[in-house]
Every structure is written in structure tokens, then in C-alpha cells.
Design a protein around this ligand. Structure first.
Ligand code: SF4
Length: 694
């Protein structure tokens, strides 16, 4: 299926799926990809790959690609194919009309973690400079925004502390709310190699994932907690370490703010945070929590890797801070083999956050209210900028329904499928007067659009992605854009039509501007990336070749800050009507909302989302393997087929979210993280009952 003939030349580029950021050689015959071969010099993957990056690239030339810009007056009208010039002029005049009628803040934009750093930078620049407001947000809002907040508060910067190679020096690996075997396969293989060499493994997850019972190793402890009780567990682990005298006192006193530590220590030692007190809350035996805490504190280098099972909760930010507290308490930050490492889901989540996609931050995580920073950007961009943070994505939806937010430019994100409580999202999109969707396929969001701009895949453009270890790697054009323009060129055209001049000849010029304006990127350029292969930021005068390990002598914020992490149960409660908790995750062969992988041969391995039900719950409801079941929550209902398995615990059901027809987000709720509004995808009270085949 894959072989198509002999390659004539090859192009080194970066996988556009997950946050591992594997380097590939795209072998080409003319402008056609013959095969993707993992690049042996790739520093994130060292010549390895998974079924997505290696085989699932066919979507790039799939017949469903939209290759012509389209416009329509109403969302019930048929699409009309037009030139790029007509499309961007139409979008620009609509945005101007809306701002004239409803005010400057009635429009905004959403950047994509699928697009390059340079493209993300341009979208946020367009919003701030051409729209004149800060209504820009990113799809990281719904995944790792709590990482940004939590690590920023405790350590001083919102990024993982280590490079992937660091896992080779870990003695104890703690995986929390992540299933890298499915979602970050190449890094999972590195981790498994280390486990086979004898490293210990603690898994904190409500489900028995592939990480718990691998073919050649077993987790030493699987803390199979009830969904929504992460903070209770992390507090119990910290309580044990302090109460049993296992803390690295010298490290804490030398590296951390002792006044903050004293407050936190008094809190964590309260009896309510003991494993015994948290046993019923979490469903995990106190003895297991104590044993896991001892292993992490005493077992040598302890490295924590976590995923969306940490962040996508009403206490997502609290849990990220709890993880940082635990690592500081045990001296596990600042050298190889340790650290706090968020596993980013999408290829450029790290980069989209770095590039200033949030409504309160310029590139480099600097607040828009900071006058010095704002003046720097005003000088560079030649326009006055706003000092008040703009709307987050959930606020955009609320404002749209209220009638004050009327126009939006969405690049590379299918918010109608990926954001929670679909009914609420679609009501907001229906209320828009000008929705511009910029994507490679017509998607669910496109159903509500007035302008559709055809996007370019990663094979059709130059740029950079930044992976989960802060590694900036080149994306290189292997074929011309099918629709004529790469995404950065389309954004530039829209900005120019709006009257704000952008004139970049190549994405390298955009990166040069980013480097001029962002201290952590000061030493980054395409020439340097080509010379070094890739660069981990910070890259500047102090670290001209980049920074594999952060916080070596001091934390970025100076002294590490312990923060009190009170466990507060989620508002999403089970009751007799909705007695089960639904949690969600991913499978190896599919990717996110499936727009790419569903259009490849990977679809033959998994062609539908299914719901896992524990045998006890299945028997109680008369559900058998493969039966169709209805899943109902307070938000909505959907139908899937059942898998009966004790990988889930009694009272908990689990599904994936790769297929629009399965409607996983029809049933998720509006609950979100208290600090960042990251949706609480991981906890939804549901009922699951047999239905006849739909
Ligand atoms: Fe692509 Fe991630 Fe697979 Fe690497 S591990 S090939 S980056 S999907």
C-alpha cells in the first residue's frame, strides 16, 4: 500500500501529529511523497517512528482537501468558489463592518497548535495589530493551558523541564494521567526501554492503560484512582513524604521560597491530606499511596510525565502545581533523569503557547499589561496595543450567544467538534455574522462559516514546530501548497486586506522577528536550526546552543514556589439518573478529532469510537460485548458500541473522541479549570443503557 516507486529526492521535515516531534525524511518523486522514513539524526526520535507519522500522511493529498477559497452570505447558502483576493477582501470587509457596528472587541481569532510557530505568531499579530484587541486564544486552551499557569506559578516558566533523552537517567518514572503508549508512542518506547533496564514505574490513572501492564515490564504501583481525585492523590503523596521525613530538606531550603514552603508544609501535614483520609475519596488503598510516595522520594532520580488526565479537570491547574510541589520537595528538578514533563498532545502545542496565542500574553509569556513589553511590540509593529487581556475561547462563545462577539478567524481547529458541550458551541457559531475557517478539510466548524480559506498541510510549507521538550525543529516544504498559498501567506493576505501591512517573503523572516522580540528565542534562526539540527529554547547569549535541562542552578522565577493545593471535589456529581463517570482518552492509530488519520489506512485498524464498560456495570444493565448503548449526560446523548473490560473500574466508563459521529463532546459539560477554563473533559456523569442499533 505504501510503496509507490523509487524516490528521486528527499526533504527532512517534522511529523505533524503528536508533541514528540519526530524528524522524518519525506522521500519524494517530483512533488509526490513516496514514503516517510524516520530520520536517524532526529534528536527527538533517533530514527524511530510510529504508525501515525510513518504511514498516516496520505491525508495530505486526499480527495477531500479543499483547494479553492469559498464564500457565502448565509450558512444556509451553497458555497461559492472564488479567488484568494475575493475571499480575503470579503472577510476583511465583513470584519471591518462588524467592528464599525459592534465595536473593536466584537471580533477575534483562534490559533492552531497544528500550524507552525510562524503561522501562529502571525494570527496573534493580526488580532492584536489589525483587529486592535487581544481576543486571541488557542486550542491549547482545551488541553495544556493549566500547564502554562501551574508551571509558570511554581517554577517560573510554562514548559517541561527536560529533554526526552533525560529518561535514560531516571530511576523512578511516574506517569500521571497520560497514556504515552497510545498518544506519544516513540517516547513511550524510550520509557519502556528504561523500564526494561530496571527503572521503577508508578502509574496514576483511573484506567489500566497499556503503560500499566506492558509486555516486558509491569508498573510497580498503579494508583487506580476515581476520576476527578488527582489533587487528593498528589496531596497524599506529599503528606507521606513530609510526615515520614523523606523530603530533600537541603534542596528545598537552598532552592525554594521558605516562607511559601512553610505555609504549604503546614497545609499538607493536616490530617485531611493523609493517605488514610484520602483513601475513600480516591478509591486507592492508603498503603499503596504510602508505598508509591516512598518509592518516588527514595528511589533515586524521579521523573514525572503527565498528560491531559492532569490538566482537563476543574482542578487542572491545582494538580499541575501539586506535581511541581512534589518534584521540588524531593529535589527532582534541575538535572538529567528527573523533572516535570507535560506530554503535549499536538505537534505544536508548546509552540502555539510560546508564540503569544493567549489573550493575556505576548510571545514569550509576557503579560499584555506590562508597559515595557507592550511598548516593545508597539515599536516593532507600529500600532498601539491594548493592555487589557482579551476573551478566552469559552468567553468568545458566551459573548457570541449574548450578541457582543460577531466575527472570528479560526485557523486549523475544529472547535465545533473538539470543544466541550457541542450544543453550546454550535449556538455560539450560529450567532456569528462572519466566521472565517482556515483548514485543510471542510469540518464541523466549517458548517457555520461564511468564508472558508483552504489550508496547507505540513508538507506544503516552511516553518518550525516546537515539541514537548521545547525543541524547535524545521518543517520544510516538500510540495507546493495545493490551494496556492501556505497558511502564513493567507494570514498575511487577510491582514493586508484589513489595512495592516505584513510583508514577509519567507517564514524565516517571521522567525527573525520573533527572535528580535522574544528573549528566550534570541539566538534562534533558521541558519542556527539547520546548523544544530534543532534547538531547545531558551536559546540566547547565556545558552547559544539551547537548553536541554531547565532550572539547573536556580528556578526561572528565582526561588521555587510551593503553592497550597486544596482538594476541591468537582461539581460534576453522579446521582441515580447519571450513576457512572465517563472519562476519555486516545488510541494509537487515530489522532484527536481524526480529520487526518480517518482519511488514511490507519482507519482500518480502528474505525469507530467504542465505550469501555466494567463487567459488573455491564451485567447490571444487560450489556454484552459489541452491543449498542446510549450514553446520556446532563449535556446531551450519543450512541456507541460497548467493550466489556476490567481495564476500567466499576462505576467508570471510558471512550475515545476520534469520530464526529460518536459525539463524545455532545455529552461533555461546561465545567472547567478554575484558573484557565480548560474544559473538564475527563469527568462527566452519565448513564449507559442498551439501545437498538441506530
Ligand atoms: Fe509522529 Fe508522534 Fe508518532 Fe513521532 S510519536 S511519528 S511525532 S505521531
Amino acid at each position: 500500500v505504501i510503496e509507490k516507486g523509487q524516490a528521486e529526492h528527499s526533504v527532512i521535515t517534522t511529523c505533524a501529529y503528536c508533541g514528540v516531534g519526530c524528524s522524518f525524511r519525506a522521500e519524494m518523486k517530483g512533488t509526490e511523497v513516496v514514503r516517510m522514513v524516520p530520520h536517524k539524526d532526529g534528536k527527538a526520535n533517533h530514527g524511530h517512528s510510529c504508525v501515525k507519522g510513518r504511514f498516516a500522511w496520505g491525508y495530505a493529498t486526499h480527495k477531500d482537501r479543499v483547494t479553492k477559497p469559498m464564500i457565502r452570505a448565509k450558512i444556509t447558502d451553497p458555497w461559492q468558489e472564488v479567488s484568494w483576493e475575493v475571499a480575503v477582501n470579503h472577510a476583511a470587509s465583513e470584519f471591518k463592518r462588524i467592528q464599525a457596528k459592534y465595536g473593536r472587541d466584537s471580533v477575534g481569532g483562534i490559533t492552531s497548535s497544528r500550524c507552525t510557530n510562524e503561522e501562529t505568531y502571525l494570527v496573534q499579530k493580526l488580532v492584536r495589530a489589525a483587529f486592535g484587541n487581544n481576543n486571541v486564544d488557542t486550542c491549547a486552551r482545551v488541553c495544556h493551558s493549566p500547564t502554562g499557569f501551574g508551571l509558570g506559578q511554581t517554577l517560573g516558566t510554562s514548559a517541561g523541564t527536560q529533554e526526552f533523552d533525560s529518561v535514560d537517567f531516571a530511576d523512578v518514572i511516574m506517569v500521571i494521567g497520560a497514556n504515552p503508549a497510545a498518544a506519544h508512542p516513540v517516547f513511550a518506547s524510550r520509557m519502556k526501554k528504561r523500564l526494561r533496564e530496571g527503572a521503577k514505574l508508578i502509574v496514576v490513572d483511573p484506567r489500566t492503560t497499556e503503560m500499566v501492564d506492558g509486555a516486558h515490564y509491569k508498573a510497580d504501583y498503579h494508583l487506580k484512582l476515581k476520576p476527578g481525585t488527582n489533587v487528593a492523590i498528589i496531596n497524599a503523596l506529599a503528606h507521606t513524604i513530609i510526615a515520614e521525613g523523606l523530603a530533600k530538606v537541603d534542596y528545598v531550603s537552598e532552592r525554594c521560597d521558605m516562607a511559601e514552603f512553610a505555609k504549604w508544609e503546614a497545609f499538607i501535614l493536616e490530617p485531611k491530606n493523609s493517605p488514610e483520609a484520602m483513601e475513600e475519596v480516591t478509591g486507592v488503598p492508603a498503603a499503596e499511596m504510602r508505598a508509591a510516595a516512598r518509592l518516588y522520594a527514595n528511589g533515586g532520580n524521579g521523573a514525572i510525565y503527565y498528560g491531559l488526565g492532569v490538566t482537563e479537570h476543574s482542578q487542572g491547574s491545582t494538580m499541575v502545581m501539586g506535581i511541581a510541589n512534589l518534584a521540588m520537595l524531593t529535589g527532582n528538578i534541575g538535572r538529567e533523569g528527573v523533572g516535570v514533563n507535560p506530554l503535549r498532545g499536538q505537534n505544536n502545542v508548546q509552540g502555539s503557547c510560546d508564540m503569544g496565542s493567549f489573550p493575556h500574553e505576548f510571545p514569550g509569556y509576557r503579560h499584555v499589561s506590562n508597559t515595557t513589553v507592550r511598548e516593545l511590540f508597539e515599536d516593532a509593529w507600529g500600532v498601539p496595543l491594548q493592555s487589557e487581556p482579551g476573551l478566552r475561547i469559552p468567553n468568545m462563545f458566551e459573548s457570541a450567544i449574548e450578541g457582543t462577539y460577531k466575527g472570528m478567524y479560526v485557523q486549523g481547529e475544529d472547535i465545533a467538534q473538539s470543544d466541550p458541550n457541542t450544543q453550546h458551541v454550535t449556538a455560539a457559531l450560529e450567532a456569528m455574522e462572519c466566521l472565517v475557517v482556515h483548514d485543510i478539510f471542510m469540518n464541523e466548524t466549517g458548517r457555520f462559516a461564511h468564508v472558508f480559506l483552504p489550508g496547507a498541510s505540513f508538507l506544503e510549507k516552511d516553518g518550525t514546530f516546537t515539541n514537548a521538550e521545547r525543541r524547535i525543529s524545521r518543517v520544510r516544504k516538500a510540495m507546493p501548497p495545493l490551494a496556492g498559498l501556505a497558511d502564513w501567506e493567507a494570514t498575511m493576505a487577510l491582514s493586508n486586506a484589513l489595512g495592516y501591512k505584513m510583508d514577509y517573503k519567507h517564514p524565516s523572516e517571521i522567525m527573525d522577528e520573533i527572535a528580535r522580540l522574544t528573549p528566550t528565542f534570541k539566538g534562534v534562526s533558521y541558519d542556527r536550526i539547520d546548523e544544530l539540527g534543532s534547538i531547545q529554547w531558551p536559546c540566547n547569549d547565556a545558552a547559544p546552543d539551547g537548553t536541554p535541562t531547565m532550572h539547573i542552578d536556580t528556578f526561572v522565577r528565582g526561588k521555587g514556589r510551593f503553592i497550597v493545593t486544596e482538594y476541591i471535589p468537582t461539581d460534576e456529581k453522579v446521582n441515580s439518573r447519571y450513576p457512572l463517570i465517563l472519562t476519555t482518552g486516545r488510541i494509537l492509530s487515530q489522532y484527536n478529532v481524526g480529520a487526518q488519520t480517518r482519511r488514511t489506512h490507519n482507519n482500518t485498524w480502528h474505525d469507530e469510537d467504542r465505550i469501555e464498560v466494567h463487567p459488573h456495570d455491564a451485567e447490571e444493565r444487560g450489556i454484552k460485548e459489541g452491543d449498542w448503548v446510549g450514553i446520556a449526560s446532563r449535556s446531551g446523548e450519543t450512541v456507541q458500541r460497548a467493550v466489556i473490560t476490567d481495564r476500567v473500574q466499576p462505576g467508570v466508563v471510558y471512550t475515545t473522541f476520534h469520530f464526529p459521529e460518536s459525539g463524545a463532546n455532545v455529552i461533555t459539560t461546561d465545567n472547567s479549570d478554575w484558573a484557565t477554563n480548560c474544559p473538564e473533559y475527563k469527568v462527566t456523569a452519565v448513564q449507559v443503557l442498551p439501545v437498538t442499533q441506530p
